[in-house]
Design a protein around this ligand. Structure first.
Ligand SMILES: Cc1cc2nc3c(=O)[nH]c(=O)nc-3n(C[C@H](O)[C@H](O)[C@H](O)COP(=O)(O)O)c2cc1C
Length: 223
């Protein structure tokens, strides 16, 4: 398979939230993880575990997440404020615009949130965890972030789309039970993955980034 150069890979990658029903072969996921695990980790501790779900367990997870969501039993993390909130609203506006979801259309907004809780109906979900003994886990969160970005990029390079999906693990107790994740592991996030459905409008969205001048300082440079 023709692989992308690094620049093209990073510049073209985007979150994918609509997938073909086509299953993803275990060997492809194995290959992606083989590459992604070259990620750096603090003192090479490789603090990650990956639980890969597909088929009936993933369907059960979706079903139970849905039930809890509709019963109003999902508590979201605190709201972002200030510039962070502004950026969060910007991406939501872009997604809602292409999906034709009006600001005051509560049922359609609810439908979008439910899609997130269903992991956007992706055929595969990779649940990333670390050992509880490492808590408070700021450093290993960093390790898992590095692994996670490696997974997302390696997948994109193989024609697979994905979205890192905090919504998918908001009821981590359900994820733990369905995927038989040991109590000694902390569930950090999941990555919903599959072959992109190019006709799904949200997949066309390109998110913004601030210019370097807004968040980079140079110290000691002559120019
Ligand atoms: C930790 C984390 C959690 C995320 N959770 C969600 C989520 O629950 N639902 C969602 O649609 N996107 C989620 N995303 C994807 C971000 O919205 C996305 O990466 C961001 O808007 C930038 O867009 P891009 O990935 O297309 O460049 C998450 C990303 C990260 C890093």
């Amino acid at each position: 398979m023709q692989r992308m150069d690094f620049e093209t890979l990073v510049q073209t990658r985007k979150s994918v939230r609509g997938f073909k029903r086509e299953p993803v072969a275990r060997a492809v996921i194995e290959d992606i993880i083989e590459v992604a695990k070259r990620a750096p980790s603090s003192m090479n501790t490789q603090t990650w575990h990956v639980h890969v779900l597909t088929g009936e367990p993933l369907e059960e997870l979706r079903r139970r997440n849905m039930e809890e969501m509709l019963a109003g039993d999902i508590v979201s993390h605190g709201e972002y404020q200030g510039v962070h909130r502004g950026r969060q609203v910007d991406i939501a506006k872009k997604l809602f615009a292409v999906m034709g979801i009006a600001r005051d259309d509560k049922p359609m907004r609810q439908d979008w949130v439910l899609r997130g809780f269903r992991q956007f109906d992706a055929p595969v979900s990779l649940v990333l965890t670390y050992d509880k003994i490492l808590d408070p886990g700021a450093v290993c969160h960093f390790d898992l972030g590095a692994l996670c970005y490696g997974i997302v990029l390696a997948a994109w390079d193989r024609g697979l789309g994905s979205v890192i999906n905090g919504q998918g693990i908001m009821r981590s107790d359900i994820v733990r039970e369905v995927a038989s994740i040991p109590d000694e592991e902390v569930i950090m996030t999941c990555v919903a993955m599959g072959y992109p459905d190019d006709s799904f409008p949200a997949n066309a969205v390109r998110s913004d980034r601030e210019s370097n001048g807004d968040f980079v300082r140079y110290v000691g440079f002559a120019d």
